[in-house]
Design a protein around this ligand. Structure first.
Ligand code: NDP
Ligand code: 8X3
Length: 255
């Protein structure tokens, strides 16, 4: 599969794994639709990619939790941008690490609304065009947390288990079409993820990765691009990638 001039929509492109995906797809000659709430970050990234690779980008400052806004924005894409070839559903977050019986309802809603409902809204808006055109690939960023639950992570893990179920369901529903579905399940990746989880507590966030070598956002983006560049008859359904220092969600090796 050649990526030259493909249109790739990436949610959560303002940071971490999404920004790394944008960079690698840009390097491969794709055109990008970059989605996130922080428009200034998207503008900065788009400028860098334009300068480095001549990549054209279309920016959507969008909260994926807002189903109506997602539908409206994706239905009214200008025609050069309307035929999306690859959708990377990456926007997501965790909030807190509380026991379920002391967890904050607002944190649960934010995780479920973003990681699960947001992914559904974007997919629902993009997929009919792919089916109609007989061409497309949906890449969902799940997590090792969708396979193994860890203490204090029940709701985040549930939201990622849902991403796994939705990815499986999509593959079933799209059988008979050429549309491919991939779920990438990373372990620990050092991004802004833990800073968001701990609401800006940098010391607590840094401690998550202390003494081990985590994955980088680029490590994950390379796997996304690998999946997207297989021949059309090959569907990479799921990939679990973890740091060598991580054996499970709860077992890591720290030096
Ligand atoms: P970052 O915090 O660095 O990036 C998260 C991205 O999601 C940001 O671009 C953010 O943009 C976007 N986002 C969050 N909420 C919304 C929203 N409501 N609407 C639109 N965009 C939103 O974290 P990562 O890069 O690590 O996370 C990316 C994905 O990878 C997530 O789904 C996460 O669950 C998953 N993951 C992360 C792992 C890790 O260890 N880091 C491991 C496994 C999976 P903005 O705030 O500008 O809207
Ligand atoms: C993010 C990885 O283990 O911090 O999905 O939940 S973990």
């Amino acid at each position: 599969m050649m990526l030259e001039n493909s249109i790739v929509l990436i949610t959560g492109a303002s940071s971490g794994i999404g920004a790394a995906c944008a960079t690698l797809f840009a390097r491969s000659g794709a055109r990008l639709i970059l989605v996130a709430r922080r428009q200034d970050r998207l503008q900065e990234l788009a400028g860098e990619l334009q300068q480095a690779y001549g990549t054209p980008s279309y920016l959507l400052a969008l909260d994926v939790r807002d189903g109506a806004a997602v539908q409206q924005a994706l239905q009214s894409l200008p025609s050069p941008w309307a035929n999306i070839d690859i959708l990377v559903n990456n926007a997501g977050l965790s909030r807190g690490l509380d026991k379920l019986h002391t967890g904050a309802l607002q944190d649960w809603e934010e995780m479920i609304d973003t990681n699960l409902k947001g992914l559904l809204y974007v997919t629902r808006a993009v997929l009919p065009g792919m089916v109609e055109r007989g061409r497309g690939h949906v890449v969902n960023i799940g997590s090792i947390a969708g396979r193994q639950t860890y203490p204090g992570g029940a709701v985040y893990c549930a939201s990622k288990a849902a991403v796994r179920a939705i990815s499986e369901g999509l593959k079933l529903d799209l059988l008979g079409t050429p549309i491919r579905v991939t779920e990438i399940q990373p372990g620990l990746v050092e991004t802004e993820f833990s800073q968001v989880r701990f609401r800006g507590d940098r010391a607590r966030a840094a401690a998550v990765y202390q003494g081990l070598t985590p994955l980088t956002a680029m490590d994950v983006a390379e796997v996304v691009v690998f999946a997207a560049t297989r021949p059309p008859h090959v569907n990479i359904s799921e990939i679990l990638l973890v740091p060598t220092d991580q054996a499970s969600t709860t077992l890591v090796h720290r030096r």
